[in-house]
Ligand binder design. Structure first.
Ligand SMILES: *Cc1c(COP(=O)(O)O)cnc(C)c1O
Length: 431
């Protein structure tokens, strides 16, 4: 255990003392790109196509049991699956209550009825016992989410689905490199979504993937993308730019001050700015449209390929970082730790801790030059926009109120890891 008295504390006299220059702020997320990682994108501006490789070639070592289809985003993959599975309006879909609210909106837009299921507090994933209790004669589909990259209890969920003849879909948006029962996730049920968005573990400037079992793959037809070439260009280009601005050494110079300024203006009354800096406290009513994302582009394949080469190393470094921080936080009674690997091997794409007041700690860490995220996901079972399906999910409620997400990416140096631990300890010592 580190004795923090040996190091000068970062914050000496309360919140006002700002010893770490904000320009060095540690972002909460990084894609860990080097300049060469942008090459497939810039190359694609000058030539078309990218050789004979296919999505299935790129992924077959991880997903040998499934047929793979490129999609404009993870949510498109779910939308296509819902269409393919021919669910009828009024059919019930069981989803974890602690969730990304856009996923629930998709169900609602399809005329389906979301039935919220509570989560396991230590994995943040669907609780199989609560799932079993909420099944009715109208239930058709179960969506599990490997939240934060923690594997869900797939074997229990599969047993329940088989017993009640329910379809199973996995949300693997956080879970590239997550394993459950000696298998990569995304191959357990009827289908799964993967996301290659700019905030995800594998970033191809947008794009996603639908995995299907043979049964469904036989009937699947690639939908036509309805957007224009020019909007497609700008949607991708804006993600290239944002990814660059999120690079740890660049983040503090532009994106960080801009995000802070925009949030301050939004809080001061310009609430329309909440669409630019989404705040989970001010969720607008999301509406999915097919043209809302650029289609999957050929340059995204070599980008996947490049990042998959480093996947194991990426995850091993995340584990080292998360384990080091967790070991140092064990002694703080106010902090609750998760059990990431309870049902397999988590990729640590997100790293969360339970604290009494995540906003207060986030504010303190901000002053110490560490960007974090409180309330990243919601208890959808209690959101006003889903009032029609409201139900009591105490663990989802607790997670939404008390989780704080900390940085966990491989580029964090040992001294940055110490900086994070020291800042958290200082906060709780002040009492
Ligand atoms: C990001 C995300 C998605 C959807 O991914 P997109 O590619 O942005 O559509 C789905 N589920 C969860 C939990 C996510 O975080």
């Amino acid at each position: 255990m580190v004795d923090i008295r040996k190091k000068p504390p970062l914050v000496v006299a309360g919140y006002q003392t700002r010893q770490t220059p904000q320009l060095k702020t540690i972002p909460k997320h990084s894609s860990c790109f080097c300049p060469a990682d942008y090459a497939p994108y810039f190359g694609s501006l000058f030539r078309h196509g990218c050789g004979p490789t296919t999505l299935e070639n790129v992924w077959k070592h991880l997903l040998p049991d499934r047929r793979l289809f490129a999609t404009p985003s993870g949510r498109h993959a779910l939308w296509y699956f819902l269409t393919l599975a021919n669910l009828q309006p009024g059919d019930e879909v069981l989803v974890p209550a602690y969730n990304f609210y856009a996923i629930v909106r998709l169900l609602e837009q399809k005329g389906l009825v979301p039935v919220f299921v509570d989560i396991e507090p230590d994995t943040l994933c669907l609780d199989p016992q609560d799932l079993a209790a909420r099944i009715t004669s109208r239930s058709r589909l179960v969506i599990v989410c490997h939240m934060f990259g923690h594997p869900a209890d797939l074997s229990s969920v599969m047993t329940i689905c088989q017993r009640h003849n329910l379809l199973l879909f996995e949300d693997c948006a956080h879970a590239i490199g997550t394993w459950c029962q000696q298998k990569h996730v995304g191959q357990a049920g009827d289908g799964a979504l993967f996301s290659f968005g700019i905030m995800k573990l594998l970033n191809t400037f947008g794009g996603g993937m639908l995995t299907l079992s043979e049964h469904w793959a036989a009937a699947y037809q690639d939908p036509v993308y309805p957007g224009s070439a020019i909007s497609s260009f700008f949607r991708t280009f804006s993600r290239v730019l944002l990814s660059f601005l999120m690079t740890p050494r660049v983040y503090g110079w532009f994106l960080h001050p801009m995000t802070r300024l925009t949030s301050m203006l939004a809080e001061a009354g310009w609430s329309s700015l909440y669409s630019v800096v989404p705040s989970t406290r001010h969720l607008s009513l999301y509406t999915f449209t097919l043209a809302s994302r650029a289609p999957f582009k050929p340059f995204m394949l070599p980008m996947c390929e490049r990042q998959l080469v480093h996947l194991e190393e990426n995850i091993a470094q995340r584990k080292t970082c998360v384990d080091a921080i967790k070991a140092d936080l064990l002694s703080i009674d106010e902090i609750g730790l998760l059990n990431e690997d309870r049902h397999g091997c988590a990729n640590r794409s997100y790293f969360g801790i339970y604290v009494p007041d995540p906003e207060a700690l986030a504010g303190h860490l901000e002053q110490c030059g560490i960007a974090t995220c409180a309330h990243e996901f919601n208890n959808c079972a209690a959101l006003p926009q889903f009032a029609a399906y409201q139900t009591n999910c105490p663990h989802a409620h607790y997670a939404a109120a008390h989780l704080l997400r900390l940085p966990s990416y491989p580029e964090l140096s040992n001294s940055q890891v110490r900086q994070i631990v020291t800042a958290i300890k200082t906060f709780f010592q002040k009492g």
